[in-house]
Design a binder for this molecule. Structure first.
Ligand code: 6R9
Length: 645
């Protein structure tokens, strides 16, 4: 039995939703989705109100539509509608990498900046439906660029600033972006990131991209291509500060975001306008129990879905104060997070387990020497949080006072799906607890049989569903159906395994497909493999995850060299750097094992189950190895395994 943390009295006093309300709302949301979402859809402003609410089918061709005959503009919802009341209220608190740099941007300022960029983009020929790739550091211009796209009806695709030129190029090409918005350089932990240099390299192979807008962040020397490249500050200075938002249909795409799947090619997840915004704003309000005037900080990067829904769209749709942080948790010191909390009087703090674990390693003193008395609620996202990290977060960071919302969701789901609500849910360390409104988790076994009661299995989601769900994969609806709706008929398969306990609480156990989760970043093992085999000395590679103290999972690569090549320390380093260059630093293998042979079935399939076990240093229970073409390979691999911890 795990320890239970009841709702603290202080939280219960002001909470938006208590347990009775949760139960009543949940029941209605799954029994009468049209009634429930028909009401809650009104939390945002519509140009033309919807008359239809839900039109969803998880079978056949799979079609997901919400509020389909309504029209709206997301930027108007995040900005214009707040101006009467909040023109002078802070929208974004920006905290720079350098602790001496920060800024407050009001709703009025933000509105003007977005209008100017929207006009400048229009002058560059960007129209409704065009794709715009954003490759920016964590600076306010990133939010401005997103909202300017939404304002003119362009579909943004943000590429994380840590990705390589090749990864950026692939994502620009896949959606034929006509505009790229980037910066001269990024700044993280005192180090410069050569964004414009990377962008120039990427654009050598991107014919669709006709214009580049460059934000001056560091003032570093960059090459500007005449006719193609424009300084952000020049074009916005010339642009008009007012702009009429473009009327969009609820089901027009708002953004796409590439994420890793179990094959090599990243998937372009498509989110649309109306349902996404309703869901992002509603979850932001209720999961974080957001109250007027509170300072809310999500430490994610806008390059990930968490940054989209919970730094920009959810909070701004709610007229909240959202903090945007350019830096990293351990620069200039390991107290940085808590210094920022004190500096800006942060009330709600949302981060990833990997950050907690890395700070936990530094001991309590760097936390305890800060006040943190403004904190009221903590959040976690990105990977399972181990109970040890959870209790440290609760005790040391939250001084036993702040509830923790462990929020489970995915790029594909647009918003949080399984989570505690602070005023309603008793917490169990390590459990994401219960479903949000409209979300119907179903546990199935490998054969697709539905499992009832306390059980363990694969996590699927059944109808009715929630309006923030992805609609398709960019340009590949078949892959969308195959990836998510083909494994278990009539249900969305999450790719995660889970346990449901006797109280109906969910415990996410991690991915059951070939996706690994490294420091909360999703990585397809196939992506790392294809980067490795692209190296001229590599014949074959197999990549699996293994338990890692800080990162959650580390990347373990088995590499077979081509005939005549000898393993060496230099080659190992070369391969690590190669993968960094091909994909980005987040994909660097932690351990590389030289493998003269890989365990294969007689039909030539690599038996990953065995490779996973060896990487986990758990080779006592390899299971059935009788189908192996050459069972002696396994003994060799065990003998030279890299993880003996
Ligand atoms: C939001 C985000 C999605 C995958 C997901 C799961 C893991 C996310 C989690 C969690 C356990 C949580 N995950 N939150 N696992 N507990 N609270 O992270 O999206 O980058 O698409 O990753 O992350 O495995 O399937 P994304």
């Amino acid at each position: 039995m795990s320890e239970v943390y009841p709702v603290p009295a202080e939280t219960a006093k002001n909470a938006l939703i208590d347990n009775d309300k949760y139960n009543a709302w949940y029941e209605r949301s799954v029994k009468d989705p049209d009634g429930f979402w028909g009401e809650h859809g009104k939390r945002i402003d519509w140009i033309k109100p919807y008359t239809k609410v839900k039109n969803v089918s998880y079978s056949g061709d799979v079609s997901i539509k919400w509020f389909e005959d309504g029209t709206l503009n997301v930027s108007a919802n995040c900005l214009d509608r707040h101006l009467a009341k909040r023109r002078d209220q802070t929208a974004i608190i920006w905290e720079g990498d350098d602790p001496n740099e920060s800024a407050h941007i009001t709703y009025g300022d933000l509105h003007e900046r977005v209008c100017r960029l929207a006009n400048a983009m229009t002058d560059l020929g960007v129209k409704k439906g065009d794709r715009v790739t954003i490759y920016l550091p964590m600076i306010p211009e990133a939010a401005v660029a997103m909202l300017a796209c939404a304002r003119v009806g362009a579909v943004h695709s943000i590429v994380f600033g840590g990705f390589s030129p090749d990864a950026l190029a692939g994502r620009i090409q896949d959606c034929d972006s006509s505009l790229l918005i980037t910066a001269d350089e990024g700044l993280r932990g005192g180090r410069k990131v050569p964004l414009k240099v990377n962008a120039d390299k990427a654009l050598e192979t991107c014919w669709s991209c006709k214009s580049v807008i460059v934000v001056k962040r560091t003032g570093g020397d960059v090459h500007m291509v005449t006719g193609r490249d424009h300084w952000y500050h020049d074009i916005v200075a010339k642009a008009s500060p007012t702009h009429t938002p473009v009327e969009m249909s609820a089901e027009d795409p708002l953004f796409l975001l590439y994420t890793s799947g179990s094959t090599g090619k990243p998937k372009g997840v498509v989110h649309t306008t109306g349902g996404y915004l309703v869901y992002a704003s509603m979850t932001h309000q209720y999961v974080f129990d957001y109250h007027e005037g509170e300072v809310y900080w999500c430490t994610a990067d806008v390059g990930w879905v968490t940054g989209h829904s919970y730094i920009v769209y959810g909070p701004l749709a709610n007229g909240a104060i959202t903090l945007m942080f350019e830096g990293i948790p351990n620069y200039p010191t390991v107290s940085r997070f808590w210094d920022v909390v004190d500096k800006h009087k942060v009330n709600i703090f949302y981060t990833a387990p990997t950050a907690i674990r890395s700070l936990m390693r530094e001991g309590e003193e760097p936390v305890k020497k800060t006040s943190r008395k403004s904190l009221r609620l903590l959040g976690s996202v990105g990977e399972p949080i181990n109970p040890e990290a959870w209790t440290w977060y609760h005790r040391v960071v939250g001084d036993n006072r702040c509830p923790i919302v462990d929020t489970w969701w995915q790029t594909e789901t647009g918003g949080i799906l399984i989570t505690p609500l602070p005023g309603a849910t008793a917490l169990k360390p390590g459990s994401a607890t219960r479903p949000f409104f409209g979300v119907k988790p179903v546990m199935v076994d490998a054969e697709g049989k539905t499992l009832e009661g306390a059980t363990e299995g694969n996590l699927c989601l059944a109808e009715p569903g929630w309006p923030g769900q992805m609609r398709t994969l960019w340009g590949d609806h078949d892959r969308f159906i195959q990836s998510y709706f083909a494994t278990y008929k009539g249900m969305y398969f999450t790719g995660d395994g889970a346990r449901r306990d006797e109280d109906g609480y969910y415990w996410i156990t991690g991915r059951v497909d070939d996706v690994i989760n490294v420091s909360g970043h999703r990585m397809g093992t196939a992506e790392v493999e294809s980067a490795l085999v692209a190296h001229p000395k590599v014949a074959e590679a197999a990549v699996v995850g293994y338990p890692h103290d800080i990162k959650g999972q580390g990347i373990y690569a088995y590499v077979t060299l081509i005939q005549g090549e000898e393993p060496s320390e230099d080659l190992r380093k070369e391969l690590v750097n190669w993968v960094r260059k091909e994909i980005g630093p987040i994909a660097s293998p932690d351990l590389i094992q030289w493998s003269p042979g890989l365990p294969k079935t007689r039909s030539g399939k690599i038996m990953r189950r065995i490779l996973r076990k060896i990487a986990e240093n758990d080779f006592g229970s390899l299971g059935d190895t009788s189908t192996l073409a050459d069972p002696t390979v396994v003994d060799d691999l065990i003998d030279s395994r890299m993880n003996r911890g």
